[in-house]
Design a binder for this molecule. Structure first.
Ligand SMILES: [Zn+2]
Length: 376
């Protein structure tokens, strides 16, 4: 029933960006007022129609997706959780809800992003509903990008995407205008409602589509690279030609993570306990980001026992912290990665908050990574 109501409201509002949707919303209200007015005309019931309209506006707006804004201190805090691998059939990793709740209580973020491999091998419906309830109660909106394991039950990726978009607190908004199922942009507004930062959420896909010639994991399709370039250049154009501070979230690390770990001048912060499981071929997403000039850092999951943040050509390439409990002695403790953006600045602070509340690996970009290579 709730989904049905949300669907109607979403259909009225459309899938355009928030400001456009507000216009549609206003027009819809005027239309409804007109119809109600006709109905009550002979009853001299204008006042009733006005009350009915206000009630409609209030309840619709209560469920309306939240806009993201820098707070009064000019900060915007994201917490990234990743690779929870929840499976209700085998009752695996069900304690991640408690872990996430604990981290949120300490950090009080403005947004939560789940970077893939979230619900694996069991019906995603109730599992995501639980997430939505948890985040609604904490009054924090959330978004999710898909990992390679997110469509292993009988639910195809498109259906999981549809399910997510209909949850009241989930900001996923994939219009289907590029390859994959979790590609969307979340603008962060500053004072005067101007876009001050941009969060690109992208589907890094699952497995190679060129088997047996190319094995391994998926990669960004060229249409996604073009989609990113176009979005980025539109934001830059609207900002008088200056690229906005931006972050990107997806699941599978880009091949350039290897270079970031090998950076001898600006050493990465955190651990690499396994090789980066990037795709075997490179379709140029990193080059596109470098050329576009807006992305300051990318945040992925996938390799559960890596949690480092390094730089390659001055873009931060970071892992989140695995949010399911790992059993190995050297494995990182379950937790989440916190990222704090500053309004009007090309910089961010980041750290890990683990399930015991401990803060680890605190650093900032570019501050912690600005040693210059000596010219020989
Ligand atoms: Zn994965």
């Amino acid at each position: 029933m709730v989904f049905f109501v949300i669907k109607i409201i979403r259909n009225i509002l459309g899938k355009e960006d928030c400001h456009t949707r507000n216009d549609y919303f206003f027009l819809s209200c005027v239309l409804i007022l007109f119809v109600l007015n006709l109905i009550f005309k002979f009853m001299k019931g204008f006042i009733y129609s006005l009350v009915a309209l206000l009630l409609f506006a209030f309840t619709a707006n209560a469920q309306y997706k939240k806009e993201l804004k820098f707070n009064l201190n000019g900060e915007f805090k994201v917490v990234q959780f990743t690779d929870t691998h929840i499976d209700f059939n085998s009752k695996s990793n069900l304690n991640v809800y408690e872990i996430i709740k604990g981290v949120i209580e300490i950090e009080k973020p403005d947004l939560v992003i789940l970077t893939g491999d979230i619900i694996t091998q069991s019906d995603p419906q109730n599992a995501y509903l639980l997430f939505d309830t948890l985040f609604s109660e904490a009054n924090v909106p959330w978004a999710m990008v898909f990992g390679n394991h997110d469509s292993e039950h009988n639910w195809p990726r498109e259906n999981v995407a549809e399910l997510l978009q209909n949850l009241p607190s989930c900001l996923n908004n994939d219009n289907g205008d590029t390859y994959g199922n979790s590609n969307f942009v979340l603008p962060v507004y500053g004072k005067n409602d101007k876009t001050e930062a941009v969060l690109y959420c992208m589907d890094s896909n699952s497995y190679s589509t060129l088997k047996p010639t190319v094995d391994g994991y998926g990669w960004f399709d060229f249409s996604q690279v073009n989609w990113y370039r176009e979005k980025s250049s539109n934001y830059t154009f609207a900002n008088d030609g200056n690229p906005l501070p931006a972050l990107a979230f997806f699941h599978i690390p880009l091949p350039e993570y290897y270079n970031a770990w090998k950076n001898k001048v600006n050493r990465p912060i955190g651990v690499k306990n396994e090789d980066e499981c990037s795709p075997d071929i490179n379709t140029g997403m990193f080059s596109a980001m470098l050329e576009s000039g807006d992305v300051m850092g990318t945040f992925v999951g996938h390799d559960h026992i890596n949690d480092y943040i390094g730089v390659h050509y001055n873009i931060a390439l970071a892992y989140g912290r695995v949010t399911k409990v790992m059993r190995g002695k050297r494995d990182p403790k379950a937790g989440g990665r916190v990222i704090v953006l500053k309004e009007g600045e090309r910089s961010f602070d980041t750290w890990i908050r683990d399930l015991n509340g401990k803060k680890e690996l605190e650093c900032s970009w570019p501050g912690s990574f600005n040693k210059l290579k000596k010219i020989k």
